[in-house]
Design a protein around this ligand. Structure first.
Ligand code: AMP
Length: 414
């Protein structure tokens, strides 16, 4: 089956077309036939597409909304310029899998989309006002283009964390706020943490219930999860993705009293401070330069910029602190696994995070560390190291495609 995986944001659409089936899943032999992203939807959009080769097609032009963006992506997929094997038009796409950010307490796993599911995703809008509306638009656009009979699945970013124990998801605020408003830790990046844990156990040939690891997703958004016997028992993102690690432009953990204090001192509204914590903080806020780790590292090397260094230092220190906390929560772990744009590509950041962890017995093999970038997977700790550290490039799209195929098979629609 050819599964179109969609990740719709408020002004962006990312897609992958993945060829998969139950057999291919069992043999781990799926293929990505095409992928791309469209940014700045609603204005002068920028598009970038690629097939199975290295060639990248770029174009720009006005794109009104997500429906128009999906039309543009599908036109490209079916165009003569790319020649995707076995894909000539829409009828060669057999199902659509959507990344949906918030499933609230309602969705503990991926589901096939029905009207009732759509209403459930709509009910979660107040928990993810920026993301869920875009996800719904993506689902409706696909329905309009492919028809209602096309199977579509929703794969939730929160679902993997559904089994968190109460002590990890209840905040120490009056309990009625949880009862009345469902204020609790949900956790995000769930599909990424699930993929990393899955890949770790298949690579090491161990049963799911023996997976005791710490998974670290360091991208523009960053989160860390403590996985015990295959399930997460804690994770750093909370009620929203703002909590936890320092991120590109998000603060991560702060004393909540700071919000009221800034409001008073700067004459700002709570909404304005919330926006500052999400969009102008983190690496960007500390450095005053950029939210992009690669640029920050270059800046710190080239000009020795003090605040660029400070931002990197705080970023790494926060990760190290969480590793310590999660090792305590887990009563020890077998491995720390890095993933995400920074975790997969920056040997330097991995090395900084793992420094001064001799108490744990972490010893990186710097040669391995430096070589394990650009999508490579592997152990980066020394052979004799008492503690294993490794890198697994994440693949959320593959998980979404697989869930879609499995759900269709289970429903007898295949
Ligand atoms: P993601 O959101 O997973 O795409 O990750 C984006 C982040 O990864 C940005 O901060 C990038 O600067 C960072 N990144 C990508 N490649 C590198 C690299 N080689 N060194 C450092 N950071 C990188």
């Amino acid at each position: 089956m050819n599964i179109l995986v969609l990740n719709c944001g408020s002004s962006s659409l990312k897609f992958q077309l993945i060829s998969t089936s139950l057999d291919q899943i069992a043999q781990d032999t799926e293929r990505t036939l095409a992928k791309g992203h469209i940014e700045r939807i609603g204005g002068a959009a920028v598009m970038s597409f690629s097939g199975s080769g290295d060639e990248v097609y770029r174009s720009a032009g006005p794109i009104r909304d997500i429906r128009a963006a999906l039309d543009a992506a599908l036109q490209w997929i079916a165009s003569d310029s790319v020649k995707i094997e076995g894909v000539n038009d829409h009828s060669d796409i057999h199902a659509v899998g959507h990344r949906v950010v918030h499933g609230g307490e309602k969705f503990s796993e991926s589901v096939l989309i029905t009207d009732e599911v759509l209403r459930g995703i709509d009910d979660c809008i107040e928990l993810a006002p920026l993301h869920n509306p875009a996800n719904i638009q993506g689902i409706q656009a696909a329905r309009a283009i492919f028809g209602r009979s096309m199977p579509q699945a929703a794969v939730f970013d929160t679902a993997f964390h559904h089994k968190l124990p109460e002590r990890a998801y209840i905040y120490a605020i009056p309990y009625q706020f949880y009862r009345r408003h469902k204020i609790r830790r949900y956790g995000f990046h769930g599909t990424s943490h699930r993929y990393i844990a899955y890949r770790y156990r298949t690579k090491n040939n161990i049963p799911r219930e023996n997976v005791n690891i710490i998974t670290i997703h360091l991208g523009n958004g960053c989160s860390i999860a403590a996985i015990k016997n295959g399930d997460p028992i804690d994770t750093s993102m909370g009620f929203t993705p703002l909590e936890g690690l320092v991120m590109g432009s998000r603060s991560g953990d702060i004393d909540p009293a700071i919000i009221e204090f800034i409001c008073q001192k700067e004459g700002l509204s709570v909404e304005q401070v919330d926006s500052i914590l999400n969009k102008q903080s983190g690496l960007l806020g500390i450095s005053g330069l950029t939210n992009d780790m690669r640029e920050l590292l270059a800046e710190s090397d080239e000009s020795g910029d003090r605040r660029a260094r400070l931002a990197i230092d705080i970023f790494c220190y926060r990760v190290r602190k969480y590793i310590g906390a999660y090792l305590a929560a887990l009563n020890g772990a077998d491995s720390v696994v890095f993933s995400g744009g920074i975790g997969e590509n920056s040997a330097r950041i991995r090395s900084l995070i793992c420094s001064d962890m001799d108490w744990l017995g972490v010893e990186l093999d710097e040669e391995r560390n430096t070589a394990t970038i650009d999508g490579r997977e592997g152990t980066i700790s020394r052979d004799g190291s008492r503690f294993n550290v490794s890198v697994i490039p994440t693949n959320e799209e593959l998980m979404i495609a697989r869930d879609t195929v499995r759900l269709i098979a289970a429903a007898g629609q295949g």
